[in-house]
Write a protein that binds this ligand. Structure first.
Ligand code: 13P
Length: 341
């Protein structure tokens, strides 16, 4: 392990004004997104769509520090034959790769899942590094409901995350450690805070046991928000304060950066929350975004699979990237959204 190199990459992933584009949707997930905009999902349309994002040169070079890819994409070439990985690197952004293999039901734990993908991971990491990946992602998924999460589910998922992170560092790849508490239920923000605090403590305990160097990871957590079905809504300030309290009590300052997932928040909510958190700084770590839906919903809608819409879609992507870039500095304002509309 070359910790100096890992730390350098991790710092670059969370550099001020920049954040991560999560473009690592599995084939079935991107197919669902394409269905919603009336686009057939084929290797070519998936390539065209992602090439369009990676060729948004200004957004990529100014605001996107890294791109998380899916196995299919890291092997694909742009229409002109340039590897997509090269396009990303040419824009000054770092290519990364999702390496988990998704979730399966956790035995004897109704409604809970475990993330799989450790078998063969050592070899896959060597291959991905050869293809250009300098960081990786593994997502653990924790749902809140009656009687869940269970201790067993948290420990199993945290252990897998820590085993993954150690294998990544051993292969000189920065692990994005993503323990996600879902916002699907009817729980309030305080329940989300309690579960997130428990989960993050468990994750850092397991990272310690697996001897993961915290200076060479990026944490990708959820924000502290109420479940989508909760009648008890939370203000932007409340989300920011609760999120920071949980992170400050659980995440050591040795971690270079925290890059949030958007997790089903609207584009603007995800930006406003990130901005409000950064306005409460100075913070012990860099705090940025690693958004999938919150960066891509607008360009997907603008594109709708039509070549004549590429410029508009790139503008929509550029706008969200710029807004989130400002939010990493605590410099976003709601009227910047209105002016652009
Ligand atoms: P969302 O921002 O859409 O939650 O996606 C981020 C991600 O990479 C989830 O694993």
């Amino acid at each position: 392990m070359n910790l100096a190199e890992l730390n350098k990459v991790a710092e670059a992933m969370v550099a001020p004004g920049r954040g991560i584009l999560a473009a690592d949707e599995s084939t079935s997930t991107i197919t669902k997104r394409f269905e919603a905009i009336g686009v057939e999902s084929t290797p070519i349309t998936r390539r065209d769509y992602r090439e369009m994002l990676f060729r948004s040169t200004e957004a990529m070079s100014r605001h996107i520090s890294g791109v998380i890819l899916y196995d299919e994409t890291i092997r694909q070439n742009a229409k002109d034959g340039t590897p997509l990985v090269k396009l990303i690197a040419q824009a000054g952004s770092i290519p990364g790769i999702k390496v988990d293999k998704g979730t399966k039901p956790l035995p004897f734990s109704p409604n809970e899942v475990i993330t799989e993908g450790l078998d063969g991971l050592r070899e896959r990491l060597v291959e991905y590094r050869g293809l250009g990946a300098r960081f990786a992602k593994w997502r653990a998924v924790i749902d809140i409901g009656p009687g869940i999460p269970s201790f067993g589910c948290l420990v199993a998922n945290a252990h897998a995350l820590a085993r993954y992170a150690a294998l990544c560092q051993d292969a000189d790849i920065v692990p994005i450690v993503e323990p996600e508490v879902l916002m699907d239920g009817d729980h309030d923000a305080d329940r989300c805070a309690m579960v997130s605090e428990w989960l993050l403590n468990t994750v850092f305990e397991q990272l310690f046991y697996q001897r993961v160097a915290l200076e060479g990871i990026v944490l990708k957590p959820n924000m502290i928000v109420p479940g989508k079905k909760s009648p008890k809504r939370a203000s932007v300030e409340e989300v920011a304060a609760k999120t920071l309290r949980v992170l400050k009590t659980t995440v050591p300052a040795a971690v270079p950066g925290i890059a949030f997932l958007s997790g089903g928040q609207s584009d603007e909510e995800a930006t406003a929350h990130l901005d409000a958190i950064n306005k409460l700084g100075p913070l012990p770590w860099r705090v940025t975004f690693s958004y999938g839906r919150a960066l891509q919903a607008a360009p997907q809608k603008a594109w709708s699979g039509k070549p004549e819409n590429v410029a508009a879609a790139q503008r929509a992507f550029g706008h969200r990237a710029r807004m989130n870039g400002l939010a990493t500095l605590g410099q976003w304002k709601a009227d910047l959204e209105r002016k652009a509309a």
